[in-house]
Write a protein that binds this ligand. Structure first.
Ligand SMILES: Cc1cc2nc3c(=O)[nH]c(=O)nc-3n(C[C@H](O)[C@H](O)[C@H](O)COP(=O)(O)OP(=O)(O)OC[C@H]3O[C@@H](n4cnc5c(N)ncnc54)[C@H](O)[C@@H]3O)c2cc1C
Length: 392
């Protein structure tokens, strides 16, 4: 970082230090770039999407492109573990549970895994209950078991990336809300922060729910909805039944859709509904428990995991949903030096990969991975008549 008069200079400014922005700072610093990361709240805050204990990392996805991207994600997590000298990936196996006439098609998943050549097995309800008697499942259910499914740490993983980024020379500033971004005629940008103006060659925007607060200053917006989700921890009487190795993580592939974990660092069972929360304004939302959401989830668990126990705590977390629930990994159209990363409420498993791909776009203007499905000018983000669908 260099300072001339009131202006500081950096090669890149990264806006937002959740999982995606932290991974991007790490990647840019690894490549010797002078990078400043700016976070409006304190690092590790719980007002965004990257806090709490755990997130799912899996291969089973609804398109071959996503399945291929998961292969990169596993590789990037392994690299992060090596660099950090700590274990971050807990492989527990995963069950995608498709009840009779599911709202989500199992064929999309089996065909995508087949095309990429990822192993899995299909089980009946009886087959699952024989192997994992914790489950009570309806006849006619089909389960897809993928053995590599894993748990990665949310808050801890983000902190590891922040610490590594700093160790490579990145400057991370908390309580530094960006209030304005301007393109300079002669190239480069000015970024307004409480500490003054930052001049930089390029910008990476990883502001998730607040992305349009930043982009609107540059004449662009992305259609999105922010929902306030809730996860709940249940206390089973016999927690050893739900220990890693005794039970896989699971996703109920229907509408409503639910997902859950074996125990992770505490004798509880965590579960949640996917896309079950109300649409909110991220600046106006609270964090109190939604009793109705908790009761709905508890009712599902009483049926599917009867011994999972009573709910002991819940916490809120934001989903930022694009209309097609696909990512944004893209330069801003016509403004190639501003790159945007959004995880569309399923991006944590790809955080280290987002960091690498966003750094490729920021530094080289291109990457070897086909990101055309994640461009900002794709029809789902530009066609006002596009019908949003979030269940995948
Ligand atoms: C309940 C829940 C469960 C999930 N489960 C999974 C899962 O199992 N697997 C998975 O892969 N994904 C999962 N996700 C999605 C995943 O967590 C998110 O996609 C990911 O964390 C998004 O990271 P982010 O860095 O983009 O967003 P955030 O963590 O929200 O970071 C954005 C940051 O930008 C900052 N910011 C905004 N505006 C400004 C500004 N003007 N100036 C400075 N800073 C600013 C914000 O304060 C925030 O810290 C889940 C999400 C939730 C909520």
């Amino acid at each position: 970082m260099t300072v001339t008069g009131a202006t500081e200079h950096a090669d890149f400014v990264v806006i937002g230090l959740g999982a995606l922005g932290s991974a991007t700072c790490l990647e840019l610093a690894r490549r010797g770039q002078r990078v400043v990361g700016l976070e409006r709240f304190g690092l590790g805050h719980s007002w965004g999407a990257s806090h709490d204990t755990s997130r799912i990392l899996r291969h089973s996805y609804h398109t071959p492109d996503y399945v291929r991207l998961t292969q990169q994600a596993y590789g990037d997590w392994a690299r992060l573990e090596r660099d950090a000298g700590t274990s971050l990936v807990s492989v527990v196996g995963g069950l995608d549970l498709f009840p009779p006439e599911p709202a989500i098609s199992p064929v999309d998943y089996t065909e995508s895994l087949d095309e990429v050549g990822i192993d899995y097995e299909l089980l009946t309800a009886a087959g699952v209950m024989h192997r994992w008697p914790q489950f009570q499942l309806p006849d006619g259910l089909i389960a897809l078991h993928q053995a590599d499914a894993a748990i990665v740490p949310a808050a801890r993983g983000t902190r590891v990336m922040q610490d590594l980024a700093r160790s490579h020379g990145a400057e991370l500033r908390e309580l530094s809300p960006v209030s304005g971004v301007r393109e300079l005629g002669g190239g480069g940008f000015e970024v307004d922060t409480p500490q003054g103006v930052l001049h930089c060659g390029g910008i990476v925007v990883c502001a998730d729910a607040w992305v349009n607060d930043v982009l609107s200053g540059l004449g662009h917006t992305i259609p999105l909805e922010v929902t306030l989700e809730q996860v709940t921890y249940f206390e089973p009487e016999r927690p050893e039944q739900f220990a890693q190795g005794r039970m896989p993580l699971w996703i109920w592939m229907d509408d409503p859709s639910y997902y859950g974990f074996p125990s992770y660092g505490e004798p509880t069972v965590k579960a949640a509904q996917d896309c079950g929360g109300p649409v909110v304004d991220p600046d106006q939302r609270g964090s109190e428990t939604d009793e109705e959401m908790q009761a709905r989830l508890a009712a599902h668990l009483r049926q599917m995991l009867p011994d999972s126990g009573r709910p002991v705590r819940s916490l809120r977390c934001q989903y930022t949903l694009t209309p097609d629930r696909d990512f944004v990994i893209s330069p801003v159209p016509g403004l190639e030096s501003v790159v945007v990363g959004m995880g569309a409420a399923h991006g944590f498993k790809f955080a280290p990969t987002f960091g690498r791909l966003l750094a490729d776009l920021a530094v080289d203007g291109r990457t070897t991975t086909d990101l055309s499905a994640f461009r900002m000018d794709r029809p789902a983000l530009t066609d006002p008549d596009y019908q949003a669908h979030w269940l995948v």
